[in-house]
Design a protein around this ligand. Structure first.
Ligand SMILES: C[S@@+](CC[C@H](N)C(=O)[O-])C[C@H]1O[C@@H](n2cnc3c(N)ncnc32)[C@H](O)[C@@H]1O
Length: 282
């Protein structure tokens, strides 16, 4: 029995009950097909992340809610489900090895080889924006004092509207910003009452957009670097393999793909491994 208390929330908690196996299968099948997220074995997590929301929306069972959400013509409910089922964990300077490669190998190479005045970088599965802003700050540092007018805006995409809102706002508390070098805090953030906001100079270098990685990649440009870290861990093997092929098509010759260090490339991956979690299209 649930921990029933006398307050309203406790009462409703006991009313909602748990999600049936069939309901869970229906939802997880839909989410996997549409968004790639593999929810196998995660019924408890799904229930606990949706429980209070379903109650707040006034539904009296998961069954009633899922019928409404999956049958709805607009994306409102699905966006809310995605906000709750995605794991948006991220932090500034995560996986430092990539920033070292970026500064010491990628940017010098691109500086030499790029013919036009444009560097195309994509942070795919950007979550709260920490990753894209960190790469943008690295670029600002790298090109400082150089006579370089390249268009080097970073495209940063995600399926979580909540994460994108936070990313666009670019405001982080002191704990989140803690790991950054003091000179970056000074240079790239404005502080007010303990909240650090990314300044205009850096913000203008990043363009945040909704994009579902299960859909065809149809941006106007192809990329010199695709950063897709700690996203494919939530996909199964086939979904990952298909996505890697789409990434490959969207990578310029000589361009790179960064994946998370805990992730592995599928068999038959067309990229060449340059070092751990760094792949290149020759
Ligand atoms: C754990 S975060 C990783 C954030 C960042 N890349 C990092 O390494 O710190 C995973 C992100 O991938 C996003 N994501 C999951 N499935 C996606 C999909 N089908 N299309 C786009 N983004 C997706 C999630 O919303 C989440 O924000």
């Amino acid at each position: 029995m649930n921990d029933i208390t006398n307050n309203g929330a406790g009462f409703f908690r006991s009313q909602l009950g748990s999600m049936s196996e069939m309901e869970f299968l229906r939802l997880s099948y839909y989410i996997k097909n549409k968004y790639g997220l593999n929810l196998e074995g995660k019924k408890q997590m799904v229930e606990s992340r949706l429980y209070n929301y379903v109650i707040d929306r006034g539904f009296s069972s998961f069954s009633e809610y899922l019928t409404a959400a999956l049958g709805s013509e607009d994306d409102f409910e699905m966006a809310n489900i995605i906000n709750r089922l995605t794991t948006n964990y991220t932090y500034f300077l995560r996986e430092q090895e990539h920033y070292d490669h970026f500064m010491n190998t990628f940017l010098p190479q691109m500086e030499k080889s790029i013919k036009c005045d444009e560097l195309c970088i994509w942070s795919a599965g950007c979550s709260f924006g920490n990753e894209a802003y960190t790469f943008a700050a690295c670029m600002e540092d790298y090109f400082e004092g150089k006579n370089n007018n390249w268009d080097r805006r970073i495209l940063a995409t995600d399926i979580s509207q909540n994460a994108l809102l936070t990313a666009k706002r670019g405001s982080y508390n002191e704990t989140i910003i803690k790991a950054l070098p003091p000179e970056w805090k000074e240079k790239y953030f404005t502080e007010q009452k303990g909240i650090y906001t990314v300044n205009e100079r850096l913000r203008s270098q990043v363009l945040f957009k909704y994009h579902n990685l299960m859909e065809p990649i149809a941006f106007k440009k192809t990329f010199d670097l695709i950063i897709c870290r700690n996203v494919m861990i939530y996909f199964d093997k086939q979904t990952t393999a298909d996505l890697i092929c789409r990434f490959y098509e969207a990578t310029n010759p000589g361009g790179y793909l960064y994946i998370g260090h805990a992730e592995s490339m599928p068999e038959g991956c067309p990229y060449v491994r340059e070092q751990s979690a760094v792949y290149r299209k020759l």
